[in-house]
Design a protein around this ligand. Structure first.
Ligand SMILES: Cc1cc2nc3c(=O)[nH]c(=O)nc-3n(C[C@H](O)[C@H](O)[C@H](O)COP(=O)(O)OP(=O)(O)OC[C@H]3O[C@@H](n4cnc5c(N)ncnc54)[C@H](O)[C@@H]3O)c2cc1C
Length: 427
């Protein structure tokens, strides 16, 4: 069915993708009714900046997304036959088009003692790091001298460790892999990042596997006492942050019988296997890829807004629909702001894109400035830029981002390649 006046569009998930879509649709198509359901008790916010709130640099309201009406309810079921979504209060809302923007869930590792508190709850002092509530709970528990163990040395774990250290906690960061942020960095930049964290007083252990948690009774519940490593060693702690990755939140789609692989499978119109239902953001899988990144969530929201608005216009003037062909944006990772004087912590800038690990036959260009802890690297395969890392100094990020996003053949001589790394033409 085409979008026309009176069409009901229901968006499930008031996160970065869902809120952005609703915010664009509502004013541009005033005759279309847009209902956004979000289960969190906070107005939509920029999740990427949660670590800034935890570090005490921003108040929660500073990271709010542009205002959009979001109804605070959890959608518990999709009835495709009747075109209804059912909420946790029993209410049913009809849709002509449904958009699933349900994001990701944190992965909780199979640790001994994790669910000892009973009723499927985490022991007191143990937190995931995904939502504003996680962030506020951690923020309420952290004070100078508190011992905190962060399990997982990816982007989330590193952000959480920095933020907790900024609040004066004694932080131990445990990473199972050989170096930090293995998905985005190479070994050299992973080590530079480690040195930066250690300079903040964070204790970093790599190739370190956690076996379980030990707890003690507290009231009617249990509180974490220590983290037990695979070699039997126990680290006493007051707080544990579980930052062991995320998994697309696909339960609603699966129960409704939509095609789900790692994420909810969508085509170039961001349509699921049901043509009346779309999926965007972390929960979706396009071209075999689950991005799990803010840039992709934003681009998919923008692409779907254009698609739906074009459809609304097409009802009057037939035209070809725009298509989403994938996200190639450079990922800028947020690891602390620039107002370091407030916390005494040096800012740390990092940007990465594509595949930073070369295969035989690739060309690699590197610039290392050990004194300033800066590192720039690009990987070139045949005549294309396939990946890169900028660390400590993002001056070349604009040039690299434009080259990466354009995906065009690079000139054959080496000077233009060097120009990629040395052109500090702004971001
Ligand atoms: C601490 C942290 C730091 C990050 N840093 C970066 C970074 O530096 N760079 C980067 O690119 N990415 C980063 N990310 C990832 C980025 O935040 C996500 O890619 C982005 O939030 C995805 O947007 P989304 O709307 O798909 O999902 P989300 O923002 O997770 O929003 C989904 C929303 O849907 C709600 N929801 C789910 N199911 C239902 C339901 N049934 N009913 C109602 N509501 C529902 C959820 O509660 C949630 O509010 C970070 C993530 C975290 C947690």
């Amino acid at each position: 069915m085409d979008i026309e006046a009176g069409t009901e569009i229901v968006v499930v998930g008031g996160g970065m993708a869902g809120a952005r879509l609703a915010q664009q649709l509502a004013p541009a198509a005033p005759d279309v009714r847009v209902t956004l359901f979000g289960e969190e008790r906070h107005a939509p916010y920029n999740r990427v900046l949660l670590a800034e709130v935890l570090a005490g640099r921003y108040e929660p309201d500073v990271i709010a997304l542009p205002a959009t009406d979001c109804t605070e309810r959890r959608v518990v079921r999709v009835d495709r036959a009747e075109q209804l979504v059912i909420c946790d209060d029993g209410s049913a809302t009809r849709y002509d088009r449904l958009v699933l923007a349900t994001g990701s869930n944190p992965v909780l590792p199979p640790l001994r003692g994790l669910f000892e508190a009973g009723r499927g709850e985490l022991p007191l002092g143990v937190h995931a790091f995904r939502t504003m509530d996680d962030c506020l709970a951690l923020s309420g528990a952290v004070r100078p001298g508190v011992r905190a163990v962060v399990v997982g040395g990816g982007l989330l774990g590193v952000s959480a460790a920095r933020a907790l250290a900024a609040r004066g906690a004694h932080v131990i960061l445990l990473q199972q892999g050989e170096y930090l942020m293995e998905r985005q960095l190479d070994e050299h930049s992973g080590k530079l990042l480690r040195a930066h964290l250690e300079s903040m007083g964070i204790e970093v252990h790599t190739e370190c596997r956690v076996r379980g948690l030990r707890t003690r009774p507290e009231g009617t519940s249990r509180a974490v006492r220590s983290v037990e490593l695979a070699d039997g060693y126990c680290l006493g702690t007051d707080l544990v942050v579980l930052a062991c990755g995320v998994r697309p939140r696909t339960g609603l789609a699966q129960a409704a019988g939509l095609e789900v692989a790692k994420g909810i499978v969508v085509d170039d119109e961001l349509r699921t296997s049901d043509p009346l239902i779309h999926a965007i953001g972390d929960c979706s899988q396009h071209g075999g890829v689950v991005y799990g990144l803010a840039n992709a969530a934003r681009e998919q929201a923008d692409a779907l807004a254009s698609l739906l608005l074009a459809e609304a216009a097409r009802a009057a003037h037939p035209a070809a629909a725009p298509r989403y062909t994938g996200t190639r944006a450079l990922t800028r990772l947020t690891l602390g702001g620039s107002r370091s004087s407030e916390t005494g912590i040096a800012p740390f800038d990092l940007a990465a894109f594509g595949d930073p690990l070369p295969v035989p036959g690739d060309d690699v260009l590197r610039l290392t400035d050990a004194t300033r802890g800066a590192y720039r690297k690009v990987v070139i395969r045949d005549d294309r830029l396939v990946g890169g890392i900028l660390l400590g100094d993002l001056a070349a990020v604009g040039t690299l981002a434009r080259t990466w996003e354009a995906d065009e053949p690079l000139p054959a001589t080496s000077a233009p390649l060097l120009h990629l790394l040395t052109n500090d033409g702004g971001s």
